[in-house]
Design a protein around this ligand. Structure first.
Ligand SMILES: Nc1ncnc2c1ncn2[C@@H]1O[C@H](COP(=O)(O)OP(=O)(O)OP(=O)(O)O)[C@@H](O)[C@H]1O
Ligand SMILES: [Mg+2]
Length: 255
């Protein structure tokens, strides 16, 4: 993915430079370079198997913990090489929400206090504030009022996904990565997530993988399209939809 044009580097929360990923010696991502811009939603598009999930997992260090994986290139978070951060720091700053919402099998309250407690917050008032704020941010506050101590597994699919986003927000990450967060949701639940993401970008930087072009058109500020693990075209959303330059992108957009 070519570096987004007209870019001021200080705009970039994450800088990815010549990233290559191999699974058991087989190349999956080839020479990916791009910047993730602050307070924007970047949509990652591409056919199934082109390496989108691999890319997200590389950004928060999850991939390098897998066996048989080889990663080369540089990834910086706020100008610091991610390898200079501990895994805890990296995970705290770069949150990842998966396609299938998987709350912990605990209460709603415990889902939202789990990470803050892990990172050392013990004060009950502070924890309650985090729970309240993240529930409000994700539009769940009214929906789960009086039920904070019920199992999170009893929520609907859309609510579970918003809870997983809320859980990721409890530690105030700099970047929120979402891997097809709406693929299992109906139109109404997806619309709530889209609205939520548009509101969140005021405070957070968001990267979303989606197969839904209409969704990407509604919410993305930047778009990155890749094929076979190779960067094809990365641009401001408006230019991407209106003036794609590469033949592969034009073909992809034609469906
Ligand atoms: N743990 C793994 N070991 C070996 N190969 C893997 C592993 N995970 C993914 N792959 C391979 O890497 C390639 C990219 O997979 P990835 O899951 O990143 O694609 P994707 O773009 O997210 O696809 P989809 O749109 O279907 O979710 C695929 O060829 C896949 O088979
Ligand atoms: Mg995937």
């Amino acid at each position: 993915m070519s570096i987004i044009k007209k870019e001021n580097v200080s705009d970039a929360v994450m800088q990815i430079c010549n990233l290559n990923v191999f699974y058991d010696g087989k190349p999956v991502l080839h020479d990916v370079s791009m910047n993730i811009r602050r307070n924007r939603i970047t949509a990652i598009l591409g056919p199934s198997g082109c390496g989108k999930t691999t890319f997200l997992k590389t950004l928060n260090g999850l991939l390098e913990q897998e066996r048989g994986v080889n990663v080369s290139g540089r990834i910086k978070l706020e100008n610091a090489d991610i390898h200079s951060l501990s895994m805890e720091e990296l995970r705290k700053n770069v949150g990842l929400v998966f396609q299938t919402p998987a709350p912990f099998p605990f209460s709603i309250y415990k889902n939202l206090t789990y990470a803050p407690v892990y990172y050392g917050i013990r004060d009950k008032k502070k924890l309650e504030k985090i729970v309240e704020e993240t529930l409000k941010l994700t539009g769940l506050y009214e929906e789960v009022a009086g039920e904070l101590h019920k199992s999170a597994l009893k929520l609907s699919g859309g609510q579970k996904q918003r809870l997983c986003i809320a859980r990721a927000l409890t530690v105030e990450p700099k970047v929120l990565l979402l891997d097809e967060p709406c693929s299992a949701l109906d139109v109404k639940a997806s619309a709530k997530i889209e609205e939520l993401l548009k509101n969140l970008k005021e405070h957070y930087t968001i990267v979303i993988v989606t197969h839904n072009l209409a969704q990407a058109k509604r919410i993305a500020d930047d778009v990155a399209f890749s094929q076979n693990g190779r960067p094809v075209e990365t641009k401001d959303a408006e230019a991407f939809w209106e003036k794609p330059e590469c033949e592969e992108t034009k073909e992809f957009l034609k469906g």
